[in-house]
Design a protein. Structure first.
Length: 456
């Protein structure tokens, strides 16, 4: 007779999950975002699942051939994995238990820093404690099968499941990242370090990742605000460069100054708010299949004409209620994930595609065009300047009101949990001879006012 764990795993694989792992009640000691009870009262266990990203679409994206297929893959697969986790939850309910799927992304807890983006439940933490992978240098979960280029989802349940074995905490860091570190080079502002570690405490064990310099060094490239690499040899797909950052990387410890620059330049794009709404809607809402998922063909069946893919994405976004977006290609970066393949040879192949890809900048029709040299890129940016926006357009397009309404606030229980967790993490690091190396993120009230962090 099959155990409940075997039944759930078999169903998950038949539903389409490429990898599936389970974590029981003893696996949730750590930061607040590992607490399944935040998502569902009485939750005791989780089911963690993985789908791989489409590799040819990654090649096209990193190599600057086209960014259409990866944008389509992201929307389609985020919906698919959300659908699979929903089906798993319904199956667990049919066995007599309660269960709930965690949305793929963008369901953040309220915080004094509305840009803190603390997830309702961390799919990364869930994957690690379920034995599917371990943290790499970038802080992303790296699997042996697919590297870090994966989609993650989680189901929480009140069933008391037996946990799967976990991998050694330093498996990826010691066996892959130590001799690779290409994810760091793929980040335009080098958000994390390749020469210093920080540590998360999960279930009494320290998990290493590259020390994060400043989280806004990730926000700006991924929001399309700063697309040029530090050596000025390539760009991501972002339309904008922050002029003062082109020649000089900002001081990562100037947390307030960096945030103020981001807040200043974000409204100038005119469409930051709608772009985020697209990402939020395909991650946090499960749409009818015919509205989103089934409208986007698999990579092999996508239109060969770029304009057709463009129109297809516009139609999908309109189906989700977002209209008038000037550029439907909302993904600009994520390159620390995309370059990380299942082994070093594949990772180097992807990084080399990026490093040799050159530059993409807005052209005369407003669409991104590829140029070969930095001088050509600068010339094109000066020649084809984006239209100036009115004050009203900047405010409406920034999306700031949405962030204030939905993410600004204070949740007392998670804050107390975090205080207790940080205290335990400091003690664990000190005991291991790693005093001061615990991972921690400074907080900015209202997103711009005053850093709050514990001094060493």
């Amino acid at each position: 007779m099959q155990s409940i764990e075997e039944k759930i795993k078999e169903f998950a694989r038949k539903a389409g999950a490429s990898m599936v792992g389970l974590a029981g009640p003893e696996r949730f000691s750590g930061p607040p975002s590992i607490d399944p009870k935040y998502t569902m009262k009485g939750a005791k266990s989780i089911v963690s699942i993985v789908l791989p990203m489409n590799v040819p679409a990654i090649y096209d994206f990193l190599g600057k051939k086209t960014h259409g297929p990866h944008n389509a893959d992201q929307i389609k697969m985020c919906q698919r994995i959300f659908r699979i986790s929903t089906e798993i939850a319904e199956y667990i309910e049919s066995l007599g238990y309660e269960a709930k799927p965690v949305p793929t992304n963008c369901t953040y807890r309220r915080a004094p820093d509305m840009m803190a983006t603390h997830p309702s439940f961390s799919h990364r933490f869930g994957a690690v404690v379920s034995g599917l992978g371990t943290f790499g240098l970038s802080g992303n979960v790296v699997t042996k099968e697919f590297g870090a280029a994966i989609y993650l989802s989680t189901v929480v349940t009140n069933a008391g499941l037996k946990s799967d074995p976990v991998m050694p905490a330093r498996d990826t860091m010691d066996n892959r990242c130590r001799t690779c570190k290409l994810c760091d080079k793929a980040c335009t502002l080098r958000m994390f370090r390749d020469d210093e570690e920080e540590y998360l405490l999960l279930n009494g064990e320290l998990h290493a990742r590259g020390k994060r310099d400043n989280l806004d060094f990730c926000n700006m490239p991924c929001f399309g605000l700063h697309g040029i690499s530090m050596d000025k040899k390539w760009t991501n797909w972002g339309r904008h460069w922050i002029p003062e950052y082109v020649d000089h990387r900002p001081d990562p410890t100037d947390i307030v100054g960096v945030r103020k620059v981001m807040v200043r330049v974000s409204p100038l794009t005119g469409d930051g708010g709608p772009r985020y709404q697209v990402i939020r809607l395909y991650n946090s809402v499960l749409w009818p299949r015919n509205v989103v998922e089934d409208m986007l063909p698999d990579y092999e069946d996508l239109p060969k004409d770029e304009d057709e893919t463009y129109r297809l994405l516009v139609k999908v976004q309109e189906n989700m209620g977002v209209k008038g977006l000037k550029d439907p290609y909302v993904l600009t970066c994520g390159q620390c994930v995309l370059v990380c393949g299942p082994d070093f040879a594949e990772t180097k192949k992807r990084y080399d595609l990026l490093a040799r890809s050159g530059y993409v900048v807005p052209g005369p029709d407003g669409k991104m065009m590829r140029v070969k040299t930095f001088e050509e890129a600068q010339s094109a940016k000066n020649k084809y300047r984006l239209p100036k926006l009115s004050r009203r357009e900047r405010i409406q397009g920034s999306g700031g009101a949405f962030w204030v309404k939905n993410y600004l606030g204070l949740e007392l229980i998670p804050e107390l949990q975090n205080w207790q967790y940080q205290r335990c993490a400091r003690k664990a690091c000190a005991k291991a001879g790693l005093a001061g190396k615990e991972a921690r993120a400074p907080t900015l009230f209202l997103g711009v006012i005053g850093p709050i962090h514990r001094k060493k």
